[in-house]
Design a protein around this ligand. Sequence first.
Ligand code: RAM
Length: 330
Amino acid sequence: MRFASKLVGAAALSALAFAAVPASAAERIALVVKSLGNGFFDAAAKGAQQAAEEIGDIEVIYTGPTSATAEGQIEIVNSLIAQQVDAIAISANDPDALVPVLKKAMDRGIKVISWDSGVAPEGRMLHLNPSDTDLIGTTIIKLAADYLPEGGDVAILSASSTATNQNAWIEAAKAALPTEFPDINLVAVVYGDDDSVKSTDEAKGLIASYPNLKAIIAPTTVGVVAAAQVVTDEGLTGKINVTGLALPSEFKQFIDNGASQAVALWNPIDLGYSAVYLSHQLIGGAEAKPGATLSIGHVGEITLDETNAAAMAPPYQFDASNIEEFSKIY
Ligand code: RAM
């Protein structure tokens, strides 16, 4: 009796699996993120799923390590190679450490792209930036400078110290400081590893070390929430403005309570959608080469530069006038 019902259960399960993804036609695209449990990546996964449904016959494997490390991602990529997926679309925790394992994947015929946070060109076929790197760098400083007419001390609370995207944005921000923001004094850059607890500790450390701090700029959706919570809890609303890159659904409360005046971001759903759309085209034989124009479905198209990278749209700014509306979307 027990045996029979087990059999029925197994049959029902495999029928379900078959109905969702017809085994013969399916492409399997792995969306590898910096770490699981990050709302930004959950939103990107939603977009990835949208693209899969729109194109049809695609299974998205949404995966990532529990903490944002290259070692964790290397292990995952090795297991995806063993599973013989058709494509890997990765937001990398390190530009170089992932290269050997991703090369191995490409040697086995797996299409590899990076998106959000890139790997070095030899480790991927193309890279999709959410927006122009210099523009993001200038934007994160401007978000603080707009509310500091007299200038003053600011600090950056980043993600991990090896994250390609944050490091590139911080470099661009530093380059813009002397010419575009001469009164803004960047006193420190610290790393919260896209971990809430570490980000909270780092934010507290900044506040303790720099008594004249006027703004904390966190170009990470995890760090920015942690910093705004610390400013709220320490009663520093109105004294320290928290800004950076934030997911409106997670951050609205801190615009509402005044811990932040404004933040920015791009559409993470479109980003995940585009990553799957591009992976699918590479699987279908499209060539990634400088100058190539590739479709990203309803989002538009991209043209690859000389490093096979491309950028999507400028970031949106969110403040009291519009964060409510956007918080319902992502
Ligand atoms: C975090 C991650 C991600 C970054 C966003 C802005 O969620 O570090 O890579 O793009 O912030």
